[in-house]
Design a protein around this ligand. Structure first.
Ligand code: FES
Length: 106
């Protein structure tokens, strides 16, 4: 298992981007849980964010692609609006352990 960050590094609710072992990832913290995804839109393969650590919509309830406004469910990564409707972000297994976010898969 690999430590991604301290839980306190991610605002609640909020999101944070990471460059981790050549991969671009982001983590969303919401409702006491953390969800980690590859930072790659399922339809174009580009990064979702324009601004650093900004992966959520205006009220922090959904993940949003900054380029197209596509919206994804935080817990599942499923796109519910936008050009990749019905497709899903690639989740990276993770858990919270002793105040840290650790990856359970790479
Ligand atoms: S790159 Fe796919 S919705 Fe923006």
């Amino acid at each position: 298992m690999l430590t991604l960050c301290s839980l306190n590094d991610i605002p609640e609710p909020g999101s944070k981007g990471f460059k981790f072992q050549d991969k671009s990832l982001f983590a969303v913290r919401a409702r006491g849980e953390v969800f980690v995804y590859q930072n790659s839109c399922p339809h174009l393969g580009i990064e979702l964010n324009w601004q650093e650590d900004q992966f959520l919509d205006y009220d922090d309830s959904l993940i949003q692609c900054a380029t197209h406004g596509a919206l994804f469910i935080i817990e599942s990564g499923e796109c519910i609006a936008g050009p990749c409707h019905g497709k899903t972000l690639i989740k990276v297994g993770s858990k919270i352990e002793n105040g840290y976010v650790v990856l359970t898969e790479e």
